[in-house]
Design a protein. Structure first.
Length: 462
């Protein structure tokens, strides 16, 4: 049985998909194929029959975009389990959130053999209203959040290494992709179809950027204040993949106790963190599950503010109070006067606040796979040969080098920034890291798997 696991953002997706693959391996002749989503797309013609488990079917606006790759999969006997990894969080403006859901995923496309896995009941209700087969939308929760709870052993070794190097540190996770995007503002205007907007839409669009910039500057100011007040403490600033890393390196230059780092997974950094400070990102839940105090700081709330991520932890908009709170946390005192909030609305959007998502995911997957095998008795499962994989990989390397050289020659910085953004999200599989994670899973779960590592864009677990 072929199972395809496309990866777009390596630091966010790889760990939990390795966990799932370890559990799935060894039954029904399963081969779990990991690849950057572009690499798997290019290899589709060499697969025959199986299940595609991921979110990389649609590009840009799913309401208008025809998912060519999806139809190629269907022609090859590959059905889809669309795992909607980012839709569980919603905006303050409910209609805007629903619009965003439909922008990213169009369940009208899928036939009766395809499924959509969602985070929670609220998301399921919205997509069920527009789906051709609402019975195939399954509420499984967020598997990667389980890593911060019952599977946090995956992060212990690397986390302790960070802790040994930096001693005491506070983690700052930023998420200001509008104000501090990897692309310039003009590029963003075209990406979001600004020229076609009416006046009211333009005002709303620019207001969002204005608010995001205000929140970005407020967070920078807070980090500088904290670094000055607590000079014996390190502050690790970890930007979102969509952000420009160099902005933070420049703005915090020569600040000895501020470190701008994007390496590693957030779980590894949470292991040794004294606290997490954020402005509305999913890391807040991972931090909560790991028992690391969460401080939520949003200077300007607007219709794009992300919920329920902004409703968890110590919610403060006063920098002096945050400084006082950090002092209490560092002194290991109970800061009860500030009030720790755990979002009630989170239960509507994230199923595994109550139930382990890993078990729900695997249970639904087993049922879908069983139906597939019953409906396709006797089919042969084919996958790419080593020759094809190597040929495609070296062709990709050559193309990327020529692309960078060509655009460097012509000073096309926007295109170069876009390529850098893709590489930041997917720097490439590291064999040593994968073997280490699989070994930890084996030691703690008893599941031993076989790894066939081809290159930094493709490997197979069986």
């Amino acid at each position: 049985m072929n199972i395809l696991f496309p990866i777009e953002t390596e630091s966010r997706e790889l760990d939990y998909k390795l966990l799932l693959a370890s559990v799935l391996a060894g039954k029904n002749g399963r081969s779990i194929h990991f690849g950057s989503f572009q690499f798997l797309d290019k290899s589709l013609s060499h697969f025959k029959n199986g299940l595609y488990v991921g979110k990389n079917i649609f590009r840009n606006d799913a309401r208008k975009f025809k998912p060519k790759g999806y139809y190629e999969q269907k022609a090859r006997g590959i059905d889809s389990i669309y795992y909607y990894e980012e839709g569980g969080f919603f905006f303050k403006n409910d209609e805007l959130w629903k619009e965003r859901l439909e922008f990213s995923c169009n369940p009208r496309v899928f036939d009766s053999k395809d499924y959509v896995f969602v985070w929670g009941e609220r998301q399921k209700q919205v997509l069920s209203e527009i789906a051709k087969h609402p019975e195939n939308i399954k509420n499984v929760g967020v598997v990667r959040f389980d890593l911060y709870n019952q599977y946090k052993f995956l992060y212990k070794e690397k986390g302790e290494k960070y802790q040994k190097e930096l001693k005491d540190y506070v983690l700052i996770n930023t998420h200001y992709g509008a104000a501090n995007n990897h692309n310039n503002f003009t590029k963003q205007l075209h990406f979001f179809k600004y020229p076609g907007m009416n006046t009211q839409e333009r005002i709303g669009f620019l207001a969002r950027y204005s608010d995001d910039f205000e929140n970005l500057m407020a967070m920078v100011e807070l980090v500088l204040q904290l670094a000055s007040k607590f000079q014996h403490i390190n502050f690790v600033v970890r930007p979102h993949p969509s952000e420009n890393l160099n902005f933070y390196k420049d703005v915090f230059t020569n600040q000895k106790n501020i470190h701008v780092i994007r390496d590693g997974s957030v779980g590894e950094w949470l292991v040794g963190a004294k606290a997490l400070i954020h402005g509305g990102c999913t890391t807040s839940f991972g931090s909560h599950f790991m028992g690391v105090p969460v401080i939520t700081y949003i200077r300007k709330v607007n219709e794009h503010t992300i919920y329920p991520a902004s409703e968890i932890g110590y919610i403060l908009d006063d920098t002096e109070k945050i400084q006082a709170l950090v002092k209490l946390i560092l002194e290991k005192k109970q800061p009860s006067e500030y009030g720790y909030t755990y979002s009630i609305r989170g239960n509507e959007v994230i199923n595994n606040l109550n139930l382990p998502a890993t078990e729900l995911f695997l249970g639904e997957f087993e049922s879908i796979e069983q139906n597939y095998l019953q409906n396709n008795k006797g089919v042969q499962f084919k996958s790419p040969s080593s020759l094809h994989i190597n040929k495609l990989f070296y062709k990709k390397l050559l193309f990327e080098k020529l692309y960078i050289a060509y655009n460097t020659l012509l000073n096309r910085h926007t295109k170069l920034n876009s390529q850098k953004y893709i590489n930041n999200k997917f720097p490439g599989f590291n064999r040593e890291k994968i073997e280490s994670l699989l070994k930890k899973i084996e030691e703690n779960t008893g599941k031993k798997v076989k790894l066939k590592f081809y290159n930094s864009h493709y490997f197979v677990i069986s």
